[in-house]
Design a protein around this ligand. Structure first.
Ligand code: APR
Length: 311
């Protein structure tokens, strides 16, 4: 069987980390594309030269030419500018919408059967952009946000409780931003409700830190935004597609009536397999969760209007 092929667009901090993680996990051959000359070539070659040390047989190629991406199984879009201190994810919209429109159209043309994972921010608006410009069915376009948000929540909780990160299960709904909706009643530690370990007040503080998780890293780095955890999160999604694992993960998926909403991409739990989003998993929300989700949906819709005006 031929190896799988993964295209990563944008060879910056996030894209290079996606390529490195995907290659190290032997998920397939990786093609790293950027507009900068030399950067994708240099990083790709450096990664390929890592493979004998890691004992893996995946090729990594860096290029400026989309022809090399042809017939990819998964396309990961990371092109765009990253946040600086004081900027919200939404501030990136006007610059990144043009970049994501351009790269997603080009990549889709060479890999019409791929599944696309978008990481560029503002996330929910960029997934919408990529979907419009790729011409892909909505099931084959998704955004990486919930896996990262839950990873942050799980890390903080594991540290607080003194338990393995592996034993914490959590779920975040809604847009990737200040309006995200962590569902604490679905948070379990080895099957035991989190409330057996953490007081409601402390849990709320951890939720707040999770909401601000991206800004916390931007504040520390000053010159850019998080990349290791975002990249690892997207690679977990790519793995579920490439190996048809059918993992149930929180992702930005297109809704057609689920959760009472249609025509937008927003964070929901979904089963991810070879076909992309194979099923959006519906949940009954409490009145409070419904209000929070509604706010998040409204924020995403207003960004979509801005995208439509720019495209
Ligand atoms: N085509 C290809 N690559 C592009 C294009 C384009 N039209 N425009 C920009 N790029 C590349 C840049 O040359 C750069 O190498 O995208 C890369 C972005 O890398 P970084 O500046 O390091 O940004 P990064 O931290 O990787 O974040 C990328 O992911 O998490 C989000 O908010 C983040 O939107 C940002 C994106």
């Amino acid at each position: 069987m031929a190896r799988k092929k993964i295209t990563v667009i944008g060879a910056g901090n996030v894209g290079a980390s996606v390529a490195a993680y995907a290659s190290a996990q032997e998920l397939g051959d990786v093609v790293l594309v950027d507009i900068l000359e030399g950067i994708p070539q240099g990083k790709g070659l450096d990664m390929f030269e890592t493979t004998p040390v890691l004992g893996i047989d995946t090729h990594v190629l860096g290029t400026n030419d989309y022809a090399a991406t042809a017939k990819s199984d998964v396309i990961v879009v990371t092109a765009g500018i990253a946040r600086k201190p004081g900027m919200s994810r939404d501030d990136l919209l006007s610059t990144n919408v043009k970049i994501v429109a351009d790269v997603s159209a080009k990549a889709a043309q060479f890999s019409p059967d791929a599944v696309m994972i978008v990481i560029s921010n503002p996330l929910d608006a960029m997934v919408y952009t990529a979907w419009k410009k790729s011409g892909f069915k909505p099931q084959r376009v998704m955004g990486m946000a919930g896996v990262l948000d839950t990873a942050r929540f799980r890390s903080f909780l594991a540290e607080e409780i003194g338990v393995s990160v592996e034993d914490i299960h959590a779920l975040v709904l809604g847009g990737h931003g200040d309006t995200m909706v962590p569902l604490t009643r679905y948070c379990f530690v080895g099957g035991v409700p989190v409330t057996a370990f953490v007081s409601p007040e402390r849990l709320e503080e951890i939720v707040q830190r999770t909401r601000q998780g991206g800004a916390e890293i931007v504040g520390l780095l000053k010159t850019g935004s998080a990349f290791y955890a975002p990249a690892a999160s997207a690679v977990q999604m790519a793995k579920s597609i490439l190996l048809d694992k059918k993992r149930l993960l929180p992702v930005a998926a297109y809704l057609s009536g689920e959760f009472g909403e249609s025509g937008l991409f927003v964070g929901v739990p979904a089963i991810i397999g070879a076909a992309g989003i194979e099923k959006v998993v519906q949940l009954d929300l409490t009145a409070e969760e419904q209000v929070a989700f509604g706010k998040s949906v409204a924020a995403v819709r207003s960004l979509m209007q801005e995208v439509d005006a720019l495209l």
